[in-house]
Structure formats: structure tokens, C-alpha cells
Design a protein around this ligand. Sequence first.
Ligand SMILES: [Zn+2]
Ligand SMILES: [Zn+2]
Length: 435
Amino acid sequence: MKSSLANTMFNHRPTLSPLFAPVQQLGLIVIDESHDQAYKSDSSPHYRTERVAAKLAQLHGACLVSGTATPSIEEYYFLGAKKRPIITLQSLAVTSTAEVSIKTVDLRDNGNLTRSSILTTPLVAAVRSALGSHQQSLLFLNRRGTASAILCSRCGWQALCSHCDLAMTYHGDTHCVRCHICGRTQPLPSSCPDCSETDIILKTIGTKAVVEEIKRLFPHARVMRFDTDASKAEQLENQLAALKNGSVDIIVGTQMITKGLDLPNLSVVGILSADNSLLIPDYTASERTFQLLTQVIGRAGRGHRAGTIIIQTYNPTHPTIVAATERNWIDFYERELAERRAFQFPPFTYLLKLTCLRATSTSAEKTAMKLKEQIEKSHPRLTAEGPSPAFHPREGGKYKWQLIVKSPQRQVLVDIAQTLPRSGWTHDLDPVNLL
Ligand SMILES: [Zn+2]
Ligand SMILES: [Zn+2]
């Protein structure tokens, strides 16, 4: 059906993009899972697939269809502003007679951690019950979280930048917390300002530790770790076959398990820490969390089997978590849009990320500061945030610092990118995140 309907069908790898194929008579372009950040090319040329596709459709007089369960905030806003038709499906794509129950479990409550410090008691009970009836459980761990986020283990307080409203990160070398976007710093508080708890640095767990914990709790269960560390194609095929034929009881997986995997025998899905992605120091953290939770929740209840979904979090009342569990995308969208407007992030401004690479951190910082001064001198009405160390501050033994320039006029950013000093600087216009 796809091939007769679509002249062009995109997949998730822009490197293989058919966008630039010499198609003569183009009638329809379909972008599936269009919210995926992988549609932004992270190698040169840095283009956004959806924007190039829109231009291509316009040139050919073709129709462009963008499909997703969790539209990108930015794209949805622009489509509305341009009065493009938005078609909402009223029922789930997978028809299922099974009931799915979603439960949020509070990690701040020690009463929920009686059996293990990683798996809450309701999750342990759900997995045990699935094992008893020969059904599978999937435990999902988002590893893109940050080991350096500040989060109170007792009350859920987070260190947020007052200027950008983003999670701040801890820097051990200087013992301070820093906003990764605007560069503001403050000393690390010795205890939580709200409840005085001293345990306030988020501890991240890896899939290995989770597997060990499961072996301790369920010594007879057959466990499979499914993540990028074990990603050789052949091995992946074998793992998928084992998942499907039911020779695995408990699957521990990262992001890669969330996409499109259909497991008929799956009845329990546990999200070990919904906070990991919420605490990513980026303006898209909430959007990514909503997308991830929606994808993971979508794994359960696909067959005719009842599904139990357990979301572990320090912030059970966080609006993003609440909206995702209620499958209320519009509510999430409206809140998120208001936040973006208040703190000046897309779609209310255009962004340009400038990164410099130097032999020492001091030199990178100085270079970035010099450019910031130059930009502000030649464009007095412009905001240049930073400089601050990049989220991954080292690359090939060198140090990376960045500036974020915001402007409601994209052309101004194009001009700045074109006059960038040549040595050691790179730019990303319309970045999909600021990490
Ligand atoms: Zn606290
Ligand atoms: Zn900030």
C-alpha cells in the first residue's frame, strides 16, 4: 500500500534521505514519525528534513503528509499559524480489547522502596505476577539522563536556572552548579533549600546494575539486556527473535527498545526513572519526556493481553508526566508553548548554536567571550547567551564551549553564521536541541 500511495517515504536516517533523489513527477511526500530528532541532519549540510520536504513539495505542487502521535511543538505551531489542515485520529492505530492500567509510583516515598533501591515495590509485585503467568516484562531505562543533575531525593526539588527555567548541572571541579545555556553559576547548596535533605545529587543507574538487581530479586527469571552496547546487527536479530519466541522473561532496555517493537507476550512495562529525561538541561527536555513516555506506554496492551505500566519518578505531579499518562497531548502542547513563550525558545525565536574547540578550557571560554562581545557590538539588539561549556565538554582531547544566539529574525542569524571566524568554530542554525 505504501509504495502505491507514496512516491517517497522517509525513514529515520537522513543520511539515506531520498529528498535529493532526482524524482521527476513527485505527487506525495510522507514523513513518518515526524517528531524524531534524527530528522535533523547532524552532519553537514545541517538541514531539517521536514523543512526541505516542505520546500520540495511546494516546488513540485506535491502533497506533504507528516505523521506522528507526538507532533513536534515547533512544527505543530507553525502548521497552525499557516492554517495547514491537521487531521486527528480519534482511535488508537492498534485496536486492542485489552485493558491498560498506568500507575505512577513516587520514588521520594521510602515505603515504595522496601524490596530494592532501584525497583519500587509495586513494580516488583507486577513483574512477579507476570513471571507467574509466563508473561514478559520490559524495564525501560533512559540513559540520556545526566549524572550531574541536582535533584532532592526526599522532596523532588530541582536546581533550575532562574533565567532559562532549565535544569542546572553540577560541575565537580569548581563545586558549583551552572546553567548550560546562559552560563549563570551558583554555589552547590549543601542541602535542599526546601526540605534540608543533604542527598541532592541525582544518582544515575546503568542497565548493568538493573540486570544485577533483577537477578537478585528473581534468580530464576531469564533476563536480557537490550541496549546500544550490544548493537551488532546479527546479535540484535538473535535478541529480537528470542524476545518474540518468549524465551526471555524480563527485558532491560534503553531508547532503542521503544520504537515499533511489537511483543505479543508483554504485560508489564516499568519506566525506572522518568526524571532522567526531564532533567536533561535543554529546552526540549519536557517534549522528549512526553515522546518517550508515550512510546514506552505504547509497548503495552498491543495484543489482547491486559497491560500494567508503572512509571517511577521523583515528580509524580509533574505536568508532563501527568499529561503523558493521560495521553493528553493537547494539554501538554499548550503548557509547553506557554513556557517557550515566557523563556524565549522556539517557535517564538530562532536559535543559532555556536561552538568553539580549543586546547584548554580557559582558552575556549576566552575565545567564546570575545565572539560574544563582537556579536553584541555589531548587533546591539540581539541576545547572545553564554558562554558555557558544551553538554559534552570534551572532544578529541579538546575543550568545547558554546554561545546561543536568539533572534526573531532568522536572516540575522544567517549573517552571523556566515561571518564566523574560520578556525575552531562551528555553527548549527535551527538546532533541535542545545546539548
Ligand atoms: Zn528537598
Ligand atoms: Zn540559564
